[in-house]
Design a protein around this ligand. Structure first.
Ligand code: NAD
Length: 506
């Protein structure tokens, strides 16, 4: 079980990265990094002291002086090399990720790959960080904009994508000329640290990227630090809301991507086989521990009769350790997460939902201590039940019914979350109405997990996001830069000399 401890052991320790050096923390508080399939302790991660956070920020502040002036081509080439190093080490990174996080090896490769795409995008920074110029805005006068970096930026990341989400943050922040302090999830920091090592190998200079580990105290120290100019957070709504308010209080720019309850609407004209396959994959993949998991199905009209076939598909999914070939559903991140999901299933039954498939306590030979919950399906679910109102973050699909598309849209728009949603239909008209009227940031049309590629930005909305600019893509250039607008005139012999002018004209 994950726990805080202050007892020295022989297990390897996860290092801090401060000013280009991987250093042992002087803290007395440590957290075990545990393999969720076996409970083996893989490493111990420190909860950094305030002095260590200050040292990381100070290194980043010092490095900013020269990094902000580093040519854009030099910055871009580091990320060109970095993407190559990630590709070369993809297998090793995925194996490390699976060991500490639990997801299947192919899914772990996907986790790294979706982050790699952002690194590729960072390598194109020369085309992205461009200002505008207005020629002759007045006689002999031009106005142009510079997109300048902010200074020291910080990132706080969750456990569920320990490769992709750190890579959403520091590559774009650094490529735009900022320096960075990263605070990875304490539950699975090892793959993040390997990615950080590769970033240094790619040529990121000392002090430009720093890493501190920890929990609430370290996060609060980041929120409060006067020398940090922007904070990017991904995690739960509870913590993200706290981070947003606390960091805004000290005048930082903040973006928080938070919790979800993603609804998939199934119309009766949808392709049944493709839809049920997509739904099962998106509900139970990564053991439901994705912020874009399709955790809620809204079956419209005749589609309500498809439940037995969906249950049959879910039953075929193989529950096993993520490293075992053919695994569909790995363990949950911790014993506490498993207990919470099991408790929510129990509450669902008590509150009157129909348990169509019960995944509790599956038999997983060889991994009896793993945090496994198998695919679980509830029908007859209604708003007001805990299994609908809360983000379960486990392999539990809740099914609601609706008589019409309008009723489904009304239901989804009444839910506080707005991260992702999808519709399955063969009707272009229905899909277009859904796209227009649904109040959710990311919409899939026959695509169950519509996470945008980095040419676009991640765009959750309502309670799923605070701050108006999303991570990666075009929006993050605005997040990590300050627009400076320059208006210039040059005098030469032909310039008309008009004497002192006290009016507002240029
Ligand atoms: P979490 O909120 O528990 O942790 C996120 C980060 O906050 C971690 O680095 C953690 O150390 C830190 N933290 C934890 N408790 C804290 C506290 N009390 N004060 C300050 N900092 C604290 O989230 P998690 O369990 O790691 O991740 C799962 C959550 O993240 C889910 O809700 C999921 O939907 C969400 N998520 C959202 C997105 C998105 O893009 N919207 C993406 C991935 C995950």
């Amino acid at each position: 079980m994950n726990k805080l401890s202050n007892i020295a052991t022989d297990v390897a320790t996860v290092k801090l990265l401060i000013d280009g050096a991987f250093v042992e923390s002087k803290t007395s508080q440590w957290h075990d990094v545990v393999n969720p399939a076996t409970q083996a302790v893989l490493a111990r991660v420190p909860f950094a002291t305030k002095d260590e956070v200050d040292a990381a920020v100070s290194a980043a502040k010092h490095a900013f002086k020269s990094w902000r002036k580093t040519p854009i081509g030099t910055r871009a080439r580091i990320f060109l090399k970095y993407q190559q190093l990630i590709r070369e080490n993809l297998g090793e990174l995925a194996a490390l990720l699976t060991a500490e996080q639990g997801k299947t090896l192919p899914d772990a490769e996907g986790d790294v790959f979706r982050g790699l795409e952002v690194v590729e995008h960072a390598a194109a920074i020369g085309n992205l960080q461009l200002g505008e110029l207005g020629n002759n805005v007045a006689t002999g006068v031009d106005t142009y904009t510079l997109l300048q970096p902010l200074g020291v930026c910080a990132g706080i990341t969750p456990f569920n994508f320990p490769a992709m989400i750190p890579l959403w943050m520091f590559p774009m922040a650094i490529a735009t000329g900022n320096t960075f302090v990263l605070k990875p999830s304490e539950q699975d920091p090892m793959v993040t640290m390997r990615l950080v090592e590769l970033a240094l190998e790619a040529g990121i200079p000392k002090g430009v990227l720093n890493v501190v580990h920890g929990g609430e105290e370290v996060v609060n120290a980041i929120c409060d630090h006067a020398d940090i100019k922007a904070v990017s957070f991904v995690g739960s709504t509870r913590v993200g809301t706290h981070v947003y308010h606390r960091a805004s209080q000290s005048c930082k720019r903040v973006q928080c991507m938070m919790g979800a309850k993603n609804h998939v609407v199934v119309l009766p004209d949808a392709n049944k086989e493709q839809t049920l396959n997509a739904l099962a994959g998106a509900a139970f993949g990564a053991a439901g521990q994705r912020c874009m998991a399709a955790s809620t199905a809204v079956l419209v009209g005749e589609a309500q009769s498809w439940i037995p076939e969906l249950v049959a598909k879910a039953r075929t999914l193989k529950i096993n350790a993520g490293k075992e070939p053919g695994t569909d559903v790995g363990p949950l991140i911790s014993c506490a997460a498993r207990e919470r999901v099991e408790q929510l299933i129990e509450t669902g039954v008590a509150q009157g939902a129909k348990l169509e498939l019960d995944g509790r306590a599956p038999n997983v030979p060889g991994y009896e201590k793993g945090n496994f919950v198998g695919p679980t399906i509830f029908s007859n679910v209604k708003p007001g039940m805990c299994i609908y109102d809360e983000e379960i973050f486990g392999p539990v699909l809740v099914i609601l019914s609706a008589h019409s598309l309008d009723e489904a849209i009304e239901l989804i728009n009444a839910n506080p979350n707005g991260n992702g949603t999808a519709i399955f239909t063969q009707s272009g008209a229905a899909a277009r109405r859904f796209q227009e009227d649904i109040d959710v940031g990311q919409v899939g049309i026959n695509v169950p997990i519509p996470v945008p590629v980095p040419l676009f930005s991640f765009t959750g909305s309502r309670a799923s996001k605070l701050g108006d600019l999303g991570p990666y893509g075009k929006q993050v250039i605005s997040f990590y830069t300050q627009t400076k607008t320059v208006t210039q005139r040059w005098f030469d012999d032909q310039t008309l000399h008009v004497g002192v002018n006290t009016t507002i004209h240029l």
